[in-house]
Design a protein around this ligand. Structure first.
Ligand code: TRP
Length: 334
């Protein structure tokens, strides 16, 4: 392991099928970071169970997310790919950090507040403590940078606060992590309501494109994507639907907004939409094919997550032992 490389940690919950938003906003960027950083990419199944999961689906999705990471170009030789529950230090570290986190802090998390509003009293304590587990994910690897979307920035800031608190109370233990908001790769919005983020938990499947959606479904969803009555392809906040489709095209084909505006000047939306769909299909089809191959090769997949968990466990245990010692726990007898 190269000591000079900064550590990156990120993860996606296997709680729903991954969308084009996950791909463009996260995975596609993760791929680019592999050569310059020590990267750990995790399937965060412990986070997924903060809302009820069907066991069979959870198992399938966990493996599918891992296969999508690999098929998208995350190289298990370069990056550490693993399943969160395989490294018990996440749960254990999470418990310890719970005792250094205030109820007040967790009550102020906007994601929690949104969910609490939606689910009322039937919200699990796990959902309340979710950011503490996320802090453990980050801190036990002495992570420098955490690539996340804007909506997760507050959680990374909480991880920083917890780390500083622990460091000040005892002695320097954790690296203070920073959120890493990628400059390339846009936030992809809902196709039916471009004021909100494209999300796998949306009730309306026309609002999102799944990484595993077949080409004809992708075409249909892009055709139905909400635009406006302006009828001109412009990159403008006044045309959020069109802007979102342009962002998809920019992220996937590397063109600029100006080039796109020029190309479709005076042409309405039909050809533009067709090209957006083509670009998505061109990107996703080979990935889908790889995902299916990888999922069919259980031995390979197992070898990846086994090696990943071993490496992650080795790194995490070092930090966990430090935490336990500083807190005042008796080391287990040898
Ligand atoms: N909470 C993140 C999300 O919903 C997922 C996540 C869990 C994560 N642990 C993490 C992201 C640690 C970055 C680092 O997107």
């Amino acid at each position: 392991m190269d000591k000079r490389k900064k550590v990156i940690f990120s993860g996606i919950k296997p709680s729903g099928d991954l969308t084009l938003g996950n791909y463009i906003g996260a995975i596609k960027n993760w791929v680019k970071l592999q050569d310059d950083y020590e990267c750990l990419y995790c399937v965060v199944d412990l986070h997924a169970i903060t809302v009820r999961q069907e066991p069979k689906e959870l198992r399938q999705r966990t493996l599918e997310v891992l296969a999508i990471y690999i098929a998208s170009g995350i190289d298990p030789q370069k990056s550490t790919l693993f399943i969160q529950s395989h490294v018990p230090a996440h749960s254990e570290g999470g418990w310890l950090l719970n005792c250094y986190t205030y109820m007040g802090e967790l009550s102020r998390m906007t994601q929690y507040k949104d969910k609490a509003q939606r689910y009322g009293d039937s919200i699990s304590a796990g959902l309340f403590n979710y950011p503490v587990l996320m802090a453990a994910d980050i801190l036990i690897y002495n992570t420098d940078l955490v690539p996340v979307g804007k909506d997760q920035k507050q959680h990374v800031e909480l991880a920083r606060d917890i780390a500083n608190r622990f460091n000040n109370l005892y002695s320097p233990t954790f690296t203070i992590p920073e959120p890493y908001i990628a400059t390339t790769g846009q936030k992809i919005m809902d196709l039916q309501d471009p004021s909100k983020k494209m999300s796998k938990s949306d009730e309306n499947p026309n609002g999102y494109i799944l990484i595993m959606d077949p080409p004809e479904v992708i075409r249909k969803k892009i055709n139905r994507a909400v635009t406006d009555s302006v009828g001109e392809v412009h990159y403008s906040d006044e045309q959020p639907g069109v802007k979102n489709l342009m962002n998809i095209l920019i992220s996937l084909s590397g063109t600029t907004a100006e080039e796109i505006e020029k190309k479709y000047a005076g042409k309405g939306y039909a050809e533009f939409k067709k090209d957006v769909a083509d670009a998505i299909i061109a990107e996703l089809e080979p990935i889908q094919k790889r995902v299916k191959e990888i999922l069919a090769d259980k031995d390979y997949l197992e070898s990846v997550y086994k090696a990943g968990a071993e490496k992650a466990q080795y790194m995490a245990l070092k930090t966990l032992r430090k935490m336990q010692k500083k807190i005042g726990f008796i080391p287990p007898a040898k």
